[in-house]
Design a protein around this ligand. Structure first.
Ligand code: THU
Length: 137
């Protein structure tokens, strides 16, 4: 059992408690680990107009970047419908693209968790191959 993953998942579960999801009732939490060892949390934040909704992953990444952190090693994501057992919650395409802006796809790790003991780990490259990034411009 990877202690770092377990700790990160715990933080993501706590972040999920802050989820603002009155419309979908699907609550998501994320914990983003920087290369310097800091953790930034995020939750999904919905909106009555629907499209301004921000995912948990992007909330965490935008919080980090807005505080001057742009180098990331890993993100743990937990999510599921309110009052239901947790399923794996893969990041949406927009969030994968936002991750791609800041990380090396072969190195950045994405931990999808149902609990601190039940999780799967991928590289961004596995979930988002042949992506368009800063080096393409
Ligand atoms: N959502 C996330 O926060 N992250 C994901 O990886 C998938 C979807 C949110 C957006 C919306 O508030 C709710 O989950 C249902 O789509």
């Amino acid at each position: 059992m990877d202690m770092e993953n377990q700790a990160l998942i715990k933080v993501a579960l706590l972040a999920r408690e802050k989820s603002y999801a009155p419309y979908s009732r699907f609550r998501v939490g994320a914990a983003l680990l920087t290369k310097t060892g800091k953790v930034y949390t995020g939750c999904n934040i919905e909106n009555a107009a629907f499209s301004p909704t921000n995912c948990a992953e992007r909330t965490a990444i935008f919080k980090a970047v807005s505080e001057g952190e742009t180098e990331f090693s890993k993100i743990a994501i937990v999510g599921g419908a309110e009052e239901k057992t947790m399923e794996y919650c893969p990041p949406c395409g927009v969030c994968r693209q936002v991750m791609r802006e800041f990380v090396s796809p072969e190195e950045f790790l994405i931990v999808l968790a149902k609990s601190t003991t039940e999780y799967k780990e991928y590289t961004l490259e596995e979930l988002f191959p042949e992506s368009f990034g800063p080096d393409n411009l």
